[in-house]
Design a protein around this ligand. Structure first.
Ligand SMILES: [Zn+2]
Length: 307
């Protein structure tokens, strides 16, 4: 008898839930029944996506790479394959950064929509033999410039609207608010770039080429021309000579890589070593991109504006 009563209760509750769902579905802008599963490839794609999604109900955003792992030389794990298999939309940077998304990943989920967010970015050609080993001839580090970040956020907004038209109004509103903040960041870079006295810089690898292009800096050398590839003694000497000749005010290392070689070069050339963060790893808090890029701007101002 008690079991039957329980069953009856459950049946009634189910009916109530179904009725509520029908009501909700009838409301404009209501949540559609199936949740939208969005998988962002690595940290900046995740940060851009969560800012556009905000608290939209029924949209789940996951990041594929762990927040401490950058996309260079990444290989998919069985766990990643499971995430790919259950995702509806994959948010990629593109420009060859997600080479790990090979045919097996596509086969794991043939209906997966993939948005290559950097598709509308004016690409920077990579010098042959330089940059990421095995990469295409395009520099993939588009997201490191706020101007490109805005374009990539807009691409995510469009992809989300296409995948879940019922939530279009929310996505548009959230994207507009985020783009406003990114424009403020862009203006701060524009303002600072007018005050830079030195414009020739040396970076750790080619992660800041778009930033340099967009804000009037010239990268005259790199510590590592390919990630994980230590420079030879001859390359170090040549770099030190370039730093002196081009009056480079500072050498910029990255928190994602060991700084020992950069320190040696900076010491040899008698210039300070500073750290610029390309935001490919770090905190998953939604405001991280702006926060880190502001910190980068402070570092650039301190090093280049001669305060
Ligand atoms: Zn890189």
């Amino acid at each position: 008898m008690p079991a039957k009563g329980k069953q009856g209760m459950r049946g009634a509750r189910c009916a109530a839930v179904a009725a509520a769902a029908t009501l909700l579905a009838a409301l404009p802008g209501a949540v559609s029944a199936a949740p939208l599963r969005v998988l962002a490839s690595f940290l900046p794609m995740y940060l851009f996506t969560v800012n556009v999604v905000g608290d939209t109900p029924g949209v789940k955003v996951e990041m594929m790479l762990p927040p401490s792992v950058g996309p260079h030389d990444y290989a998919l794990t069985p766990g990643d394959m499971r995430k790919i298999a259950s995702a509806d939309l994959f948010v990629a940077n593109g420009l060859g950064m997600e080479e790990f998304l090979g045919p097996p990943a596509r086969k794991a989920n043939p209906r997966l929509r993939v948005v290559e967010t950097a598709a509308s970015v004016a690409p920077l050609k990579e010098i042959p033999g330089k940059g990421h080993a095995g990469h295409a001839e395009t520099n993939p580090h588009s997201w490191v410039s706020p101007k490109n970040a805005i374009l990539q956020v807009r691409a995510i907004e469009q992809a989300l609207i296409a995948a879940s038209p019922g939530n279009a109004a929310r996505f548009r509103e959230n994207a507009a608010a985020y783009v406003r903040r990114l424009r403020t960041l862009d203006r701060a870079y524009e303002e600072a770039s007018k005050t830079f006295r030195g414009r020739n810089i040396v970076t750790f690898h080619n992660a800041f080429d778009y930033l340099a292009r967009d804000y009037g800096l010239t990268i005259v050398g790199e510590v590592e021309t390919a990630p994980g590839q230590e420079p030879s003694a001859g390359e170090i000497l040549a770099l030190v000579r370039t730093i002196r000749e081009k009056r480079v005010p500072a050498l910029f290392a990255e928190p994602q890589f060991p700084t020992r070689t950069a320190e040696t070069i900076a010491r040899e050339a008698s210039i300070p070593m500073r750290v610029l963060d390309p935001v490919d790893t770090g905190s998953t808090a939604p405001e991280t991109y702006e926060k880190v890029m502001r910190r980068n701007l402070d570092v650039l101002k301190e090093a280049l504006s001669g305060r």
